[in-house]
Design a binder for this molecule. Structure first.
Ligand code: AN7
Length: 352
């Protein structure tokens, strides 16, 4: 292995035997994210249930995409790729741009105009990506990227690239290592459905290797305005505040269906209102600040609270950091009127 990373960190080094052989390792020290027991979520579900939060927002670029990107970019370099390309609702482009910079190759990103959260766009720009925004949604962007990737000019690093899914399955490995077994239920947001596909692959693989006795039921949540899998039909104009999962034609639709069926799982929807309320609740009650898409499984946990059998072990993956999308909160802060710099005025303004 030739490391472009700090030895001892990163999902390739930790899980190489389960991943495609990487001669080159392009890593930013992704993975090994905390699985936090959540006393307040457990109390809210009650009946002896234990709820854990897998906080993927603490990855190097602030989302779970880094797990797959380290593998996809390392493999692309091994194959002699010269330029990376992706379509994105934001996080894939942030991650691809960072790993491309680390690898020393250019990255092109195709984005739906006006629909990328501020922090994510700033990341792609900061890492020096070539950014194009289109009059169209994510699904249109991915169609264009698929065509551009047909030649050998561009290496696609969207989750249609199997190296991405391979890297992302390591999150399920970590959950099993931390809990000593698989949980009963695994909840996560669904957009392109790459991540639910990856987790299911990871859980199955570790059960086959005897590292877990069981596999969880996979429960995926889509935003009510962007729920093609739930409705079992293409959504032409998906709409949701959770811009990360504003997707009407998921790339891994079939694989997600298989994961849901094989695991006896379910797909459900949550409204934008439920998403924002869960985001606020998690930040205020657990100190975990996530972007709107990542609050979908928390909203879903509340929605389906009664459906979990007594003493269930439930893991919710929160996929991206809250600072990615400051605008979703900014609107609610309003204007902070300054008070004179005097202790009594400050005390009064605080209301204590
Ligand atoms: C925070 O960046 O599709 O179901 O282009 O950023 O595997 O697609 C992002 C998706 C969940 C959905 N949470 O995961 C992209 C992109 C966050 C995300 C998802 C995304 P998939």
């Amino acid at each position: 292995m030739r490391f472009v990373s700090q030895p001892g960190r990163g999902v390739i080094e930790r899980f190489q035997e389960f991943l495609p052989r990487c001669e080159t390792v392009v890593s930013l020290g992704e993975g090994s994210t905390p699985l936090l027991f959540s006393p307040s979520l457990s109390a809210r579900i009650g009946r002896g249930c234990e709820v854990f939060v897998k906080n993927e927002g603490v990855n190097p670029t602030g989302s779970f995409k880094d797990r797959g990107m380290t593998v996809a970019v390392s493999q692309a370099i091994d194959r002699g790729a010269r330029t990376l390309i992706c379509a994105s609702t934001g996080n894939t482009s942030a991650s691809a741009s960072a790993y491309a910079a680390r690898a020393g190759i250019p990255c092109a990103v195709v984005l739906p105009a006006g629909k990328i959260a501020t922090g994510k766009l700033i990341q792609a720009f900061a890492h020096g990506a070539k950014i194009v925004s289109i009059d169209g949604n994510f699904d249109d962007a991915l169609t264009i990227v698929r065509e551009l990737g047909e030649g050998n000019e561009f290496a696609i690093v969207n989750s249609i690239n199997p190296d991405r899914i391979a890297g992302q399955k390591t999150a399920a490995f970590e959950v099993i290592e931390d809990l000593g077994n698989a949980p009963d239920f695994h909840l996560l947001p669904v957009g392109n459905a790459g991540n639910i596909t990856a987790y299911w692959a990871g859980y199955r693989e570790f059960r086959e290797r005897g590292k877990s006795q069981t596999v969880p039921a996979m429960i995926g949540f889509q935003a009510a305005g962007a729920a093609p899998i739930f409705h079992d039909r293409l959504i032409e104009n998906p709409e949701t505040i959770a811009s990360a999962i504003r997707i009407g034609n998921p790339a891994s639709w079939k694989q997600a269906r298989t994961a849901l069926d094989e695991s006896n799982g379910a797909v459900d929807i949550v409204t934008d209102e439920e998403i924002v309320s869960a985001q606020t609740w998690l930040a205020g009650n657990e100190g975990i600040f996530v972007e709107p898409a990542s609050a979908a499984p928390i909203a879903g946990l509340f929605k389906r609270a009664e459906k979990f059998p007594e003493a269930s072990r439930i893991v919710c993956t929160v996929t991206g950091h809250g600072l990615k999308d400051p605008d979703s909160i900014q609107r609610r802060i309003g204007k902070l009127e300054p008070v004179p710099a005097k202790i009594d005025k400050v005390r009064r303004a605080l209301g204590f």
